[in-house]
Write a protein of this length. Structure first.
Length: 196
């Protein structure tokens, strides 16, 4: 049974049958708010949200190769893979997915932070106040069963990026922390600097 998380809530991830969790799929989704259009108003630009994963050592990002995003779809270990860029957020379900093979992740990594930024947010004058139904969910990749979900519910006007949540090791178990911290960072590079 999936757990609906509140901001700041942490949950241990485990299989429903009690077995050891091997692989998870992190799904992120959002929809653009439909802006009212006048007769001569230009068609609004699609909002391109980009999901990324930062593989951290002792809570810090130490190498740019440890950023998995649309420009680097797989970590060198093969344990973390981005499944491709969705340019519009259109459609039901997950808009972008990142898979994590927990059993293959090198032990040096103790945390994976999941972030989303709006591509060219400043240039396009877009922000998370123009996005609705945003969520992150963690699924058992082997059974496709959803383990937990965190829905963003606050107003994020003028915020261009979001630190959604993190997977982390604690006493040999994997946990998920629903962070939901908005920022005004311009792109994945700016977000990455927060974890150096």
């Amino acid at each position: 049974m999936s757990v609906n998380l509140q901001k700041g809530q942490k949950v241990e991830l485990r299989k429903n049958n009690g077995g050891e969790l091997q692989r998870v799929r992190v799904g992120l989704g959002w929809d653009a708010v439909q802006a009212p259009r006048g007769l001569f108003a230009p068609k609004p630009q699609d909002i391109d949200c980009d999901a990324s994963a930062f593989l951290c050592v002792n809570g810090h990002l130490i190498n740019t190769n440890d950023v998995v995003y649309f420009g680097n779809l797989a970590h060198s270990s093969g344990a973390v893979r981005h499944m491709g860029d969705n340019l519009t957020g259109a459609g039901e379900g997950d808009d972008e997915q990142i898979t994590v093979n927990l059993s293959a992740l090198p032990m040096v990594y103790d945390k994976i932070v999941f972030v989303v930024n709006i591509y060219q947010a400043m240039q396009r004058r877009q922000h998370f106040g123009m996005v609705r139904n945003a969520f992150i969910r963690i699924c058992d990749a082997d059974s496709n069963q959803e383990l937990c979900r965190y829905n963003l519910s606050e107003n994020y006007n003028n915020m261009t990026a979001m630190i959604f949540g993190e997977l982390y090791r604690y006493n040999g178990a994997w946990k998920f922390n629903a962070i939901g911290q908005p920022t005004q960072d311009n792109g994945v590079g700016d977000l990455a600097k927060r974890f150096v």
